[in-house]
Every structure is written in structure tokens, then in C-alpha cells.
Design a protein around this ligand. Structure first.
Ligand code: AMP
Ligand code: MG
Length: 349
């Protein structure tokens, strides 16, 4: 399959290109598109053949449900059996934006889209080109992140092309995304709302709207025997090709330990990469040292994380180390992704 490329800036959508992209979705094809979080791989959410194609293009297990993207709140009525008050409250506070809600699905949503579940994940993104595209596509776009399964989510069209060129009909290039980590997922089908995946919308922001809220305990811990509530979170996502270890502790002890381990690995013939912060980048000796941003700037760290992991892959590094980050605010999302990339390998010093 030959993949077509179009450009569409975030704020002034390329109308003709987006009209064509919408036509591809209506005809059952697949289009990758930018959102404010990461690039999505879209297909018609109400067409089970389209959802099957998404799984195939990603190489993703088909029990891992897709998120349905809409471009106006009222379109949720078609997807959801009954809309609870909490969904109105969250939509009022955070939509359009990087929040996904899990709700009981209606008959209009095929099980192919929900990975066999009776619930559906719904998101209303804020990215103007994404919204124009969803509208052109008929209003219901199922989209997981536009990476091959097991690779970091793509934050630029170039990374989408690396994974998807020749496998999908079109890629809409909207430049670099803003946030860089996937949406926060909140499950509203239980007795108490529960965060299944942390993201830019933090636990505290959700609490301010909903009052009490639970968090899936597998988010930052590898809980023995516990099964993550979002089926996708059980897979070893975001896995770089090199073996990644996180080193946690006070700054000097961490740099010393990472340098020690890096020297040992180099001596053993490994190619070593280090994820450092602006404050520490000059303190490391390794084949490749990346400054992920200033330690206090969690937005920058979130924005750069997946790009750094992909660059490490490109340089064929075999052993990787990262400093740990604070888990307050959006740090919860950063550490959730980093711990997964590291397969929960953490050394405390
Ligand atoms: P991605 O689109 O790559 O961000 O992945 C979508 C995430 O949403 C995966 O982790 C899914 O398991 C999760 N998800 C989608 N639908 C549901 C659902 N109905 N219940 C729980 N988690 C869901
Ligand atoms: Mg994904």
C-alpha cells in the first residue's frame, strides 16, 4: 500500500487535505492524525472492519480496546448507553482536551472497537486539525496511538512514518504534538471513578471536579497478580530496544551510580545511553547522553520522553539508564511510562 502524506498546521487545518482524509475513513481506510497528546491511527469506529485493520496495521492484540474520538460532546450519546453526571462534569472541565472516559457502550459500537468489552473509551480532543478531521470522517474515529505495538507513541509525523509507512492510507503531518504523553483515562463505570492511566490531566485536577477518585494500583507499581483495568496497560508498552534501568535517589548518588554502571557496561562491549536532566547532563560519561529537560519542567520532560527513547533505538544503544522523576502532578504519568519502558527495573541508591 502506498501511504499518502498531507500537511495540516494545528491552527489552520488544510481543508482540502482533511476532506480527503475524511473520505478515506468513510470508505473504511486508515489515516494517522495529530492530536494534542500523541499521533493517533484512525479508522471508522462504527465499522468493525476498520477496527480490524487498525489492529493489523499496529500488530496489536485485538483484546486491547481502541479509544473513540468525537468532535462534539453531544456525539457521545450515540456511543454510550447512559451518560452519568460525572461525565458531564468532567466534559465541562476538561473537554475538548487530553481526557478519555470509559462508559457503558451502546449497540452502535462494535465489539471489534472495544476489544470485546461492554464499555467504550471516548475522547474529545482539542487539536483543531484533529477535530476537523473527525468531523470530515463522519464524527466517530477509533484511534490508538499510531505506533507499531510495543514502540513508543509517536510525537511527530516522522515517527509515525517510521512505523506505519506502507501500512496505512494517509498520514496527516501536523508537526510536533504539544503534550507528548497519551490521554488520562478515567473509568466511570464502577461505583467510584477510577484513573486507569495517568496523563496531563492529573489526579488532583480530577479530584477537584469529582471529589473522591480511585487510582488503579498497577499505575506506578508492579502489583503481583493484579491485572490492570485498562487492558492495554498490561502489555510491555513503550519498550526501547535497549535494556533500560531507572536509578532513584539523591542527585549526586544517582549520577555516580549511573556512571559506574555505564562504565561497567561499556567495558563489557555494550553501547550505553543515559536520560539526564539539564542539571545533570554534563556529569555523565556514556556513548549517548540526552538532556530531557529541566528537572522542574515536567511538561518538557513529558514532551521529550518518547522522542528520546526513539533516538536511543536509532543509535542502536543496548544498555540504557534514566534518572527517576518526581511523581507529583504530571510526574505520575511520566514515571508510569518510564517504569513500563524499563519493565519496572529500578535501582535505589
Ligand atoms: P492508546 O490508544 O494506544 O492510547 O491505547 C488505548 C488505551 O485505552 C489502552 O490502554 C486501552 O486498554 C484503554 N482502553 C480503551 N478502551 C477501554 C475500555 N473500554 N476499558 C478500559 N480501558 C480501555
Ligand atoms: Mg498506545
Amino acid at each position: 500500500m502506498k501511504t499518502r502524506y498531507i500537511r495540516s498546521d494545528a491552527d489552520t487545518p488544510n481543508e482540502e487535505g482533511i476532506r480527503q482524509a475524511g473520505g478515506i475513513i468513510r470508505a473504511g481506510g486508515l489515516v494517522a492524525f495529530p492530536t494534542e497528546t500523541v499521533y493517533g491511527l484512525g479508522g471508522d469506529a462504527l465499522n468493525k472492519e476498520s477496527s480490524r485493520k487498525i489492529y493489523e496495521a499496529k500488530g496489536r492484540p485485538s483484546d486491547n480496546p481502541l479509544i473513540v474520538h468525537i468532535c462534539r460532546f453531544s456525539d457521545m450519546e450515540k456511543l454510550v448507553e447512559r451518560i452519568p453526571q460525572a461525565a458531564y462534569d468532567l466534559a465541562e472541565a476538561f473537554w475538548p482536551g487530553p481526557l478519555t472516559m470509559i462508559l457503558p457502550k451502546s449497540d452502535a459500537v462494535p465489539y471489534e472497537t472495544t476489544g470485546g468489552l461492554d464499555t467504550v473509551a471516548v475522547r474529545f480532543p482539542s487539536h483543531p486539525a484533529a477535530r476537523a478531521f473527525i468531523e470530515a470522517a463522519g464524527g466517530y474515529v477509533a484511534a490508538p496511538s499510531a505506533n507499531r505495538s510495543g514502540r513508543p507513541s509517536p510525537t511527530t509525523a516522522k515517527y509515525v512514518a517510521e512505523d506505519m509507512d506502507g501500512r496505512i492510507d494517509m498520514i496527516i503531518d501536523g508537526g510536533e504534538v504539544g503534550i507528548g504523553l497519551e490521554s488520562t483515562i478515567v473509568d466511570l463505570t464502577g461505583e467510584m471513578p477510577m484513573i486507569l492511566r495517568p496523563g496531563y490531566i492529573t489526579q488532583e485536577m480530577l479530584q477537584n471536579v469529582l471529589g473522591e477518585i480511585a487510582a488503579d494500583k498497577t499505575m506506578l507499581k508492579e502489583a503481583a497478580g493484579a491485572r490492570p483495568k485498562a487492558p492495554g496497560m498490561k502489555y510491555r508498552h513503550y519498550a526501547p530496544k535497549g535494556v533500560l534501568t531507572i536509578v532513584e535517589g539523591n542527585r549526586d548518588a544517582v549520577t555516580q551510580k549511573i556512571n559506574e554502571l555505564a562504565a561497567q557496561a561499556s567495558a563489557a562491549g555494550e553501547k550505553v545511553g543515559v536520560i539526564a536532566t539539564r542539571e545533570t547532563v554534563d556529569a555523565y560519561h556514556a556513548d549517548c547522553v540526552k538532556n530531557i529537560g529541566p528537572r522542574a519542567d515536567e511538561a518538557a520532560i513529558a514532551h521529550n520522553l518518547y522522542a528520546v527513547l526513539r533516538e536511543f533505538d536509532d543509535e542502536e544503544l543496548t544498555v540504557l539508564f534514566s534518572e527517576a522523576f518526581d511523581t507529583a502532578g504530571m510526574g505520575q504519568a511520566i514515571m508510569n511510562r518510564l517504569l513500563k519502558a524499563a519493565g519496572h527495573r529500578v535501582i535505589r541508591v
